[in-house]
Write a protein that binds this ligand. Structure first.
Ligand SMILES: *Cc1c(COP(=O)(O)O)cnc(C)c1O
Length: 376
């Protein structure tokens, strides 16, 4: 027998989360998660799932019937899109301008498909002209994949233009909207996005661990026409849809994360109540206040103004400043978390998130005050 460890209940501190995610979760969403667990095939739970699907459709601005939340974080949403649609031997044009574009390449290659890379400098938006050259050079390409909001750099790519180009060359599009959903304009149907995935813990300000996903009719066709079953049993959407498809057809696939789904339902309900366009506007307004304050402190933005994400502000760490020490003091003295640099920007930049419930004036003020104190 192992001796039972003596462990006290865990009481996390009340932090202010202004990094690249998870973002601050509102008290209402946390309260929703603490409601009684019921069976995941209970008729009342099934009715909640129908509402949840309508809320995800609203957030994505899509009428796609294959719209659901994958029971796992954004990375699983990414993998869901790739493993369901891309088959071994398929050619995929992967636009890479940061860490998450590189992960797309890895997904493609693990499937045994061919990744054609369109590289853009870190901190810049994906280059539509470079994509068009690649499309011309590879008429056999079947997909274009890109990250709408690159959280590793803070750059926003023009999803509408990139998707229109892909359509022109008969490619399906796979779009990472983990950080963009709820924070900046995103219109899945209008822009012709075929497969999209997001995350619960960024601008939706929900608890981490869920990934809203949506497939267009063309994507569903591709899935149905597969030569071989999807390699991943868990992520195979043709099986999962049996659970989400409604009208009394629910069947057991895996146990849904019941309480986490209550939280997603509440966070999306709050988003619908606010209105998507109002939420986009709020992120932009708070970003402008933060930007002014950061510039007053002498900090310089990594990303050019016209492609800057309001919800993820990347600034260079000033010369002679100790990155880790500053972040540690912010955490210890102000209960404030900001993000470290990732990949090429590790040790060179900070990533200040203004996501969802966190995109509020009081957070911006706290962040500016704390940074000003610590830097001086
Ligand atoms: C956070 C993030 C992911 C991964 O999401 P997880 O929930 O951490 O798995 C993927 N893409 C982008 C752009 C992200 O910001």
């Amino acid at each position: 027998m192992l001796v039972a460890p003596t462990v006290q209940p865990f009481f996390p501190p009340q932090r202010v989360l202004m990094g690249p995610g998870p973002s601050d979760v509102s008290p209402q969403v946390l309260a929703a998660q603490a409601k009684p667990t019921i069976g995941h095939l209970d008729p009342l739970f099934v009715a909640m799932m129908d509402e949840l699907k309508a809320l995800i459709q609203y957030a994505f601005q899509t009428t796609n019937s294959m719209t659901l939340a994958v029971s796992a974080p954004g990375s699983a949403g990414m993998e869901t899109c790739f493993v369901n649609l891309v088959e071994s031997g398929d050619k995929v044009i992967v636009c890479r301008n940061g860490v998450f574009g590189e992960r797309m390449r890895q997904n493609v290659e693990r499937i045994g498909a061919i990744a054609v890379l369109v590289d853009t400098e870190w901190g810049e938006a994906v280059d539509a002209d470079a994509l068009e050259l690649a499309l011309k050079a590879h008429p056999d390409a079947k997909f274009v994949a890109f990250v709408h909001a690159e959280t590793s750099t803070g750059a926003l790519s023009d999803a509408k233009t990139l998707c229109a180009l892909a359509k022109q060359y008969d490619c399906l599009t796979i779009v990472d909207a983990v950080t963009s959903l709820g924070g900046v304009e995103l219109r899945v149907d209008e822009w012709g996005i075929d497969a999209i995935y997001a995350g619960s813990q960024k601008c939706l300000s929900c608890v981490p661990g869920l990934s809203p996903v949506s497939f267009s009719a063309a994507a569903v066709e591709k899935l149905k026409a597969r030569k071989r079953p999807v390699q991943s049993w868990f992520l195979d959407q043709s099986l999962v849809m049996g659970y989400w498809s409604g009208e009394g057809k629910r069947s057991y696939h895996h146990t849904a994360p019941v309480n986490a789904l209550y939280a997603l339902h509440e966070s999306l309900r709050l988003l619908a109540e606010e209105g998507l366009e109002n939420a986009w506007q709020r992120h932009q307004e708070q970003h402008l206040v933060l930007r002014q304050g950061l510039e007053n402190l002498g900090l310089k933005f990594v990303v050019q103004e016209d492609v800057r994400l309001p919800q993820l502000n990347t600034v260079f760490i000033p010369e002679g400043v100790d990155d880790a020490q500053v972040r540690q003091r912010l955490l210890q003295d102000y209960n404030l978390e900001i993000g470290a640099g990732l990949g090429a920007f590790a040790g060179k930049a900070w990533r200040i998130g203004l996501m969802g419930y966190g995109a509020r004036r009081e957070n911006v003020s706290l962040c500016l005050k704390a940074l000003s104190d610590v830097l001086n």
